[in-house]
Design a protein around this ligand. Sequence first.
Ligand SMILES: NC(=O)c1ccc[n+]([C@@H]2O[C@H](COP(=O)([O-])OP(=O)(O)OC[C@H]3O[C@@H](n4cnc5c(N)ncnc54)[C@H](O)[C@@H]3O)[C@@H](O)[C@H]2O)c1
Length: 325
Amino acid sequence: MNKNLLITGCAGFIGSHTVMEAVSSGYVVFGIDNLERTYDPSLKDIRVKELGKLKNFEFIHQDINDKYLINKIIDEKKIDCVINLAAKAGVRKSVLHPYEYYQTNLLNTLNILEILKANKNIKLIQASTSSVYGNTEGKFNESNTSINQISPYASSKKSVEDLCYVYSQIHGIRTTILRFFTVYGPFGRPDMSIFRFIHWIYEGKTVKINGDGDQKRDFTYVTDVVKGILNSTKSEWEYEIINIGSDNPYSINYVIDLIENYFGMESKKFFGPRDPSDIGSTQASIDKAKILLNWSPDTSLKDGIINTCKWYEENNYWTKNLEFS
Ligand SMILES: NC(=O)c1ccc[n+]([C@@H]2O[C@H](COP(=O)([O-])OP(=O)(O)OC[C@H]3O[C@@H](n4cnc5c(N)ncnc54)[C@H](O)[C@@H]3O)[C@@H](O)[C@H]2O)c1
């Protein structure tokens, strides 16, 4: 087992869940995050406070653009595996801030790769996204190479996949690229649909929907995603791209129905124009994850929504004050 993990983006949604599960599975975890302000930073402060209660976890408040520092951590903490989750996430904001997205998602990963080329025994798990498939028809399959990204976010992630491939080939860095599909769950991101819908419905606000709400997403529960990440630490291959998704897409309107049913409330809805960077429908082919990672999702959308609504309700003394702009 790879004992010492470096998890970048540890104060983020997926990062904080990964740290918690990794520590309880016996790993020693070092987490880096710069606590940037893409969404309400108070949420990251709360996650970091929760993580601070864990034994075998150390939080390092730093930017991964600092190559010297990352090298020092990897060396001193005897890191066996780097899980690179730090990123500027979110499709729509990337259209407005493309430089920040390419800098963080592509060039900062180059720092990590440059360090790992001198430490070939250290594995890399790199977060990617279903967005790299663009408007592909049918199930998204990793072997499909004719894919067209339609946002700077998606393009930055496809570019980082290619960069990792180059480093695996010329420097022998053992790399797993995980393409996550619309992740949701407790402590989620307030810039993502499910958390926003829960907030708007529970707080009696108008639910804003981009388009007619018939677009489908392969929503994937966060603990399932974490299981995929931790299973990847045991990999031995040179380079693989693996989808982590539910293979069971549902429409935005159906998600809203589930949330309304849970709270017993009906919301007022506003259907705005469809965003041009929005993909019509996403669905993961997960055959590769089943074979290579012994992975398949355990949580149905209904159960995942119930858990997330319950968490929102129980924490409403602070979740109600989060910024959802
Ligand atoms: N949530 C999803 O549905 C989803 C889907 C596909 C892919 N992903 C990918 O998974 C990863 C985690 O996503 P998330 O949803 O947890 O996002 P998140 O924004 O909650 O987490 C990312 C974290 O990275 C940190 N960060 C950003 N730039 C940094 C830098 N330069 N140095 C140090 N820390 C930095 C941020 O402060 C944040 O805490 C990202 O790579 C994202 O692109 C997420």
